[in-house]
Design a protein around this ligand. Structure first.
Ligand code: XMP
Length: 404
């Protein structure tokens, strides 16, 4: 079933102008009292001629009113199919086919530029655009050198080698290390990483001619956040701090703007993207830059990449499932240890794994002790420069998921 979310102040005219509306569900919820005032929809909505169901909204007068979601749920199907006469014809196959057609019409014989980070959203947009317009899509993948181990390689393998995309790969590792040299403050690191990304993307865009469209992996939660109905402004928290607004694009293409994350994943599978890419855990734009406490150096990047790779490998081998996010980070702490007959003075790696529903709150996950022990022993033995491994038990709040 296809549905869209609108703010309470949508007018009757706006509602009527939407194509193919079969019915309206009004949800009040605990947040419909603002500054002591109860917020209601425009009263005309109730008389606009659409079937209306209200949930947790005592101001509604309509016939079909329920106090809670739990109360409403058993009646939802009857409301949607019998009262509204809606049809269950919205599925991923149709969505993908429709979007391909729409993109072809919108783009014509022009070109689209896309920053392909390798995250789920940009990967699915890329696959959709490749299916729709093939080589008229130009993907730019910037490796800031703060990717997880093997990440950029898998982007190249899947998109360039398997899907035959027009992919520009920019290895900016050295450039980032130079920019980040001596910088220890977390906010400053984030700013440098974001600003440099914009500069690189702009340099690449300038080299290309006749690009009229910019593709973006905006998804429905971003659209809701940035004010419904308006085209989402360039997604600032995505892909390292947004894209330059002085690169002159005629239009933005956001084929996923009506999808929630689980639907984006389904679209990805429909488009033939490998499961390991579709189900990958979130990875922050600034990458390992915020998983290395303090100054970033090539050696610290190597340590955290190798430790993280071992951790992921062992979690996969042990079949631990349901983790929201898990990774290795490099603390800035060095301590004394022994290795053979030698005294060492090396870094401590911290392992983190959380269970979370929405990433706003999180609990440290209960990874089986044998798995943690195996990861610890492999990291100590295989990653030079580490002599201690910690497991972070902190929940969010008070901690955050990332370390910086
Ligand atoms: P925190 O550390 O704030 O993280 O508990 C919550 C979620 O957001 C991700 N995260 C980021 N993602 N750019 C991103 O694209 C960022 O700067 C950033 N900081 C945190 C984090 O990985 C987790 O999923």
């Amino acid at each position: 079933m296809y549905s869209e979310i609108y703010p309470h102040d949508i007018t009757v005219d706006e509602l009527k102008a939407l194509p193919n509306v079969k019915g309206v569900v009004i949800y009040g919820g605990p947040n419909h009292i603002v500054d002591g005032e109860r917020i209601d929809v425009n009263p005309g909505i109730y008389e606009a001629g659409f079937p209306v169901m209200s949930i947790a909204h005592e101001l509604a007068k309509c016939e079909e009113a329920y106090n809670t979601w739990e109360e409403a749920l058993p009646h939802l199907k009857t409301f949607v199919f019998d009262t509204c006469h809606a049809e269950a014809n919205w599925n991923m196959k149709n969505f993908v086919a429709d979007q391909i057609e729409l993109i072809r019409r919108q783009v014509g014989d022009k070109k689209v530029l896309l920053a392909l980070s390798g995250g789920v959203d940009s990967s699915v947009v890329a696959a959709l655009l490749i299916k729709a317009i093939g080589k008229q899509l130009v993907c730019v993948h910037v490796n800031h050198g703060l990717m997880r181990k093997g990440e950029s390689e898998s982007v190249i393998e899947v998109f360039k080698n398997q899907m035959d995309a027009n992919l520009i790969y920019v290895d900016a590792t050295e450039r980032y290390l130079t920019k980040l040299d001596g910088v220890a403050d977390p906010e400053q690191k984030r700013k440098i990483i974001g600003a440099e990304f914009i500069r690189i993307f702009e340099e690449e865009a300038r080299k290309l001619e006749g690009i009229e469209f910019l593709g973006q992996g905006t998804i429905y939660p971003d659209v809701i956040e940035s004010g419904l109905g308006k085209s989402a402004t360039i997604k600032s928290h995505h892909n390292v701090g947004g894209l330059p607004d002085y690169v002159d694009f005629k239009e933005i293409i956001e084929p996923l703007r009506m999808l929630f994350k689980d639907e984006v994943r389904k679209a990805g599978l429909e488009l033939g993207i490998p499961e390991y890419l579709v189900y990958r855990q979130p990875f922050p734009g600034p990458g390992l830059g915020i998983r290395i406490i303090g100054e970033v150096t090539a050696d610290k990047v190597r340590i955290v990449q190798d430790a993280d790779y071992i951790y992921r490998e062992e979690i996969a081998k042990a079949g631990v499932e349901g983790l929201g996010q898990y990774f290795a980070a490099l603390t800035n702490m060095r301590s004394v240890g022994v290795m053979g007959d030698e005294r060492t003075y090396d870094y401590a790696v911290a392992l983190r794994a959380v269970n979370t529903v929405d990433f706003m709150t999180a609990e440290a996950a209960e990874i089986p002790y044998e798995v943690l022990n195996k990861v610890m022993s492999r990291i100590i033995n295989e990653v030079r420069g580490v002599n201690r491994v910690f497991y972070d038990l902190t929940s969010k709040p008070p901690g955050t998921i990332e370390f910086e």
